[in-house]
Design a protein around this ligand. Structure first.
Ligand SMILES: CC(C)(COP(=O)(O)OP(=O)(O)OC[C@H]1O[C@@H](n2cnc3c(N)ncnc32)[C@H](O)[C@@H]1OP(=O)(O)O)[C@@H](O)C(=O)NCCC(=O)NCCS
Length: 125
């Protein structure tokens, strides 16, 4: 089920994300055009969870894998986060393949991983 988000609430949410030092948010751009959003939210010390979302016209072109690799490496290299989880719904084949292709793998299960989701992760070398 999708929830309609009012513009004012969205603006407030973005301001909170940008101000929060535990959230590392990026806009995915292709030739200066916004194509999606990626962020890593710190869950606890050293541990983050990644979310990536491409606008529909930009899906299925390899951009997801490229964005996940770039974003995850940037966070692992420049912050205290040393392990990033991806909680991916089991019916989301593009998500599962995209994160796996980007180097995420099943292993340690995080207690916050929802039911019916793959619990994939990557860690700093
Ligand atoms: C998940 C997502 C980021 C993947 O990015 P993408 O650019 O569409 O995927 P890519 O083109 O990089 O392809 C990655 C893999 O998924 C496969 N794939 C892409 N779209 C697919 C689809 N609709 N169904 C099945 N497989 C698909 C590709 O073939 C590729 O697999 P391969 O490496 O074995 O060839 C993107 O589809 C998206 O934003 N989806 C909506 C939000 C979401 O589900 N986010 C993930 C949870 S946080």
């Amino acid at each position: 089920m999708q929830m309609k988000v009012e513009w004012g609430d969205h603006v407030k949410w973005i301001a909170q994300v940008v101000d929060d030092p535990g959230r590392h948010a990026y806009i995915i751009e292709v030739e200066d055009e916004p194509a999606g959003h990626m962020r890593v939210d710190q869950m606890e010390e050293g541990i983050g969870v990644i979310t990536v979302y491409l606008l529909e016209p930009w899906t299925g072109r390899g951009l997801g894998v490229q964005s996940i690799v770039m974003g995850a490496n940037k966070v692992l290299d420049t912050t205290d986060i040393h392990r990033i989880y991806a909680f991916v719904r089991k019916d989301n084949l593009a998500g599962e393949k995209g994160f796996t292709r980007a180097g995420f793998a099943e292993g340690e299960i995080h207690p916050d991983c929802p039911e019916n989701h793959f619990c994939l992760s990557i860690q700093k070398n």
